[in-house]
Design a protein around this ligand. Structure first.
Ligand SMILES: [Zn+2]
Ligand SMILES: [Zn+2]
Length: 123
């Protein structure tokens, strides 16, 4: 299988295959000029220092770990690099997997840091 990565996305319409889930990602028609994460699993690659600059040499897979709700109500994804631990944020795109976004947003509630069966004692 030919290895392609997210770095091809700044060349315009080059499609690429996600390094996490192998989803074929189309870089056009996403409602965004730069698609920087996979719409299926929401993983990204550590290729930017600042958004869109392609200046990072790391190249690690970045896992979506949380949702950031901005002032205007817009959602952004918080990505964490699996190699160097760097945190990044990226706007969600129109074709991002809505179930994946929702499951990410309720993850802390589904995995509270205390025993969930004791929750009635806390209420
Ligand atoms: Zn993917
Ligand atoms: Zn990194």
């Amino acid at each position: 299988m030919k290895e392609q990565n997210f770095t091809s996305i700044d060349h315009g319409s080059d499609n690429f295959s996600c390094q996490n889930c192998s989803h074929q990602v189309e870089t056009t028609g996403a409602g965004s000029s730069h698609r920087n994460h996979c719409p299926n699993c929401l993983f990204s690659l550590h290729v930017d220092d600042e958004q869109g600059d392609r200046a990072a040499d790391c190249g690690g897979v970045m896992e979506p770990i949380s949702i950031w709700v901005k002032k205007n109500g817009e959602w952004a994804l918080i990505h964490r690099c699996k190699i160097c631990g760097e945190l990044n944020h990226n706007r969600i795109a129109a074709d991002d997997n809505p179930l994946k976004l929702l499951s990410l947003s309720v993850k802390p509630l589904a995995n509270p840091p205390f025993p969930i069966e004791r929750i009635k004692d806390l209420l």
